[in-house]
Each structure stands twice: as C-alpha cells, then as structure tokens.
Design a protein around this ligand. Structure first.
Ligand SMILES: [Fe+2]
Length: 221
C-alpha cells in the first residue's frame, strides 16, 4: 500500500534568506520557487497514476474496483478511436471517488482541466448528470438532467461517454488493458504545461489589450 501513491522526493531547501511573507520574497527566492514548480509539474503524471491506483481500493459494492471501471471505460473510448485527451479523461473520470463520491465528477474534471482540451474536461464534469438517466429517477431526481446541456457543442460526446463507455464499464468479468497500457497516455497528457486558470487568462488578455490601446503611438518622422 505504501507504494501505491508515490511520495515525491524531498525538494531542496533554498540556500539563503526566505522572507516570512510572500510580498517580501526576494527575486532570487522567486527564481528558486519557479524551479521547484517545474519539478512539481514533472511529478504530476505520477500523482495521477497514484490516485488511479488508489481507486483500486474503492469498490462501493460494485463487482469491480473503480480502477477496473476506469480501465474499461478508457478501453471503450480508445476502441472508438478517440484522441488521447478523451481516452485519459475516460480513464480518470471517476478518480474523484477516492475523495468524495457525491461530487466526484467535478473533482476529477478540475484535476484534468488544465491539461486536456475543453470537451474532454466537460464530458467528465457533467458525466454524473448524463449517467443520471440510469438511476436518478429512483432518487426522485429528473433522470434527464442532461437536457440542460443540449446546446453545448460537446453534448454528443458526453452522451457517447455516458451511454457507450461509462454505463457499459461495470463488467466484473471484463478484461481491459492494465493501467500500464494507458500510462504513456497519462504521461503525455499530464506532462504538458498546464494552461492558466480561465479567468487568469482572461485578465491577462484584457490587461494586454488595455496596455496596447494605451501604448504611445510612434510619431512618423
Ligand atoms: Fe463511471
């Protein structure tokens, strides 16, 4: 069990003065931090693989573990010829159950969001609502919650995700490829440089545009 979730090696300590407040960090310390964040980024794939291995301990009464379920889901996505973002999203879509089942879709979606394309992220985000057709009615909830997303460009993908892959991936006797089969895809996706948070990107673009508008115009000679 101790090797399921990799513990990153200790990071080096800054050789110098570290101010007690972020606002007082020195340029040299900030440079050191940036180097550490690159190391941290390189450990992202291992952390995701660790979380997936942990999901092999989540059963919840199903006849298979959540890792097996994720492997079966990913195998269907791969067989359907989906791109690597969607296959990895399928593999990871339920890993949030390691933390909290009621909102596991949002947890997993947020974890993959900055590394995969928007549609792959979105399919994971809404997959509980799309899966609801199979069980939400028994809970007194509209089983067709998916209707609220009918205008989304990835609606058909989310339907395919739920109805052709996720819903069919509970076979206790299934024999999907092992996690090692998908590991290169996990490393490819989570080895990418993550995008900025959406509102950070919007803020940066707005500031850049404003700076451009206010920039002094060169006077022709
Ligand atoms: Fe699932």
């Amino acid at each position: 069990m101790s090797n399921v979730f990799p513990v990153p090696p200790p990071t080096p300590t800054f050789d110098g003065y570290m101010a007690p407040r972020m606002s007082e960090f020195s340029p040299a310390f900030n440079e050191f931090l940036n180097e550490q964040l690159i190391i941290d980024r390189e450990q992202m794939a291992d952390r995701v693989l660790g979380l997936l291995r942990l999901s092999d301990f989540v059963v919840q009464g199903f006849g298979l573990t959540q890792l097996d379920h994720g492997l079966q889901t990913a195998a269907y996505a791969e067989a359907a010829g989906m791109d690597v973002d969607i296959v990895v999203a399928a593999l990871c879509h339920d890993m949030g159950k390691v933390i909290s089942t009621p909102n596991h879709g949002a947890i997993a979606a947020e974890m993959i969001k900055l590394y995969v394309h928007r549609d792959a992220y979105w399919a994971v985000l809404v997959h509980q609502d799309f899966e609801g057709i199979h069980y939400l009615g028994e809970m007194g909830i509209d089983p067709m919650l998916r209707r609220r997303y009918s205008d989304d460009p990835a609606y058909e993908l989310a339907e395919q995700f739920a109805d052709e892959w996720d819903e069919r991936a509970f076979d206790p006797n299934g024999s999907p490829p092992p996690l090692e089969h998908f590991e290169p895809m996990v490393r490819e996706v989570f080895g990418r440089k993550p995008r900025l948070l959406d509102h950070w990107e919007e803020s940066r673009a707005a500031n850049a545009a404003a700076a451009g508008a206010d920039a002094p115009t060169a006077v022709p000679a």
